[in-house]
Design a protein around this ligand. Structure first.
Ligand code: AHG
Ligand code: MN
Ligand code: MN
Length: 358
């Protein structure tokens, strides 16, 4: 019965009670994040094309295209979370420096780090986008956090999650006790629990990567993808499926539902960038969710959650999803780094290439 499903707010309180650690501040912070996600869901569904026009797009702090909805989503999150007294600072993809809590509002014990709109290249084609968030503790005694106060490893996250704005809107969260999915019931205007205790199957025959970067990949990634593409006749002995939505929220959601591997690996396209995705508001929250659901998240060489950040906008390679597939790719990196596997070193058109003829 739909009306018996726990609402997000009720679930959070009961989940904390079960864990024996009720934290009213954290519960109300997550409630404010949820409200922001509802408002962003409404803004995204209103009509993204309304906000497209000459001069509408400007570069953000990362030199990437910032769309009006990126800015609107950022404003919504800041306004929904700054007044409640649970936070002492926020950082997002769209702001170069941490946002101050405006004078007149009390400061709290938590820090919020977020990607207001993930996959925003999908806005103008009416495809799934999302919001990613991560909650950290502020260092004791800090009321005006500096950048350095945010630079905590993913293992320090208190909670993490994403909202997905697709055919239905969803909110998926972890407080370090499993992963739980909620669907926005528009009849009552509330997210209700529809996917308790989500688990990623340990193996799956589906992978996601932007294959247009193939010529820039490192040999272990090339090996993994080529072996998948060889299908039944290749070393994997099975046919694989490929997906690329260009929206990490949508890719991670698919993996939480049916498994698979998502990769945005290190590549040589721009050597000043060790990866495409940002550690603090993309890789870390997703890695926490994926690990909590029984999967794994690595750079190919290191566990993502163990990385000590050096910059709030730092980028990292990301390989996450079904445990066995992540482990396989990590083993391929290790073998290559030990000099034991050089078969995939040759550029694109070698004997084993994806693009070889017959
Ligand atoms: P954002 O829209 O927040 O900048 O993030 C987009 C990210 C991620 O969602 C996706 O996996 C990846 O960038 C897509 O990259 P390509 O454009 O290279 O496909
Ligand atoms: Mn993003
Ligand atoms: Mn974004």
């Amino acid at each position: 019965m739909p009306h018996r499903r726990a609402t997000f707010s009720k679930f959070i309180i009961e989940n904390m009670r079960r864990q024996g650690g009720q934290d009213a501040d954290l519960a109300s912070l997550l409630n404010d994040v949820m409200t922001a996600c509802k408002l962003i869901a409404a803004a995204v569904s209103r009509n993204p094309l309304d906000t497209v026009g000459p001069g509408a797009t400007v570069p953000n702090v990362q030199g990437e295209e910032q769309k009006p909805l990126d800015r609107i989503a950022n404003e919504i999150m800041l306004e929904a979370c700054e007044y409640g007294g649970q936070l002492c600072g926020m950082v997002s993809e769209e702001m170069e420096h941490p946002a101050r809590i405006p004078d007149g509002y009390p400061r709290g014990r938590y820090l919020l780090v977020f990607d207001p709109l993930d996959g925003s290249s999908n806005i103008d084609i009416n495809m799934t986008v999302g919001t990613i968030f991560s909650v950290l503790r502020a260092p004791v005694g800090v009321t005006e956090p500096t950048t350095a106060d945010f630079l905590q490893p993913g293992t320090a996250q208190v909670a993490a999650g994403y909202a997905l704005y697709g055919p239905v809107s969803m909110l998926v969260v972890t407080l370090g006790d499993g992963v739980h999915g909620f669907t926005l019931n528009r009849d009552i205007g509330a997210y209700t629990l529809t996917h308790p205790n989500m688990k990623i199957p340990p193996s799956a025959n589906e992978f996601a990567i932007n294959a247009s970067n193939a010529r820039h990949w490192e040999p272990p990634v090339r090996r993994y993808v080529e072996e998948c593409v060889e299908g039944k006749a290749g070393p994997r002995g099975a046919d694989f499926n490929m997906r690329w939505i260009a929206s990490m929220v949508a890719e991670v959601h698919r993996i939480l539902i049916r498994g698979g591997l998502f990769m945005y690996p290190r590549d040589t396209k721009d050597v000043s960038r060790p990866g495409r995705l940002r550690l603090m508001y993309e890789a870390n929250p997703m890695a926490m969710l994926v690990e909590q659901a029984g999967g794994a998240a690595s750079t190919g060489r290191l566990r993502i959650l163990g990385i000590a950040p050096t910059d709030i906008h730092q980028r990292v390679p990301v390989v996450l999803g079904s445990r066995d597939e992540v482990e396989r790719l990590v083993n391929y990196h290790a073998a290559y780094d030990r000099g034991e596997d050089t078969r995939f070193e040759a550029p694109l058109f070698n004997a084993r290439s994806l693009f070889r003829s017959a």
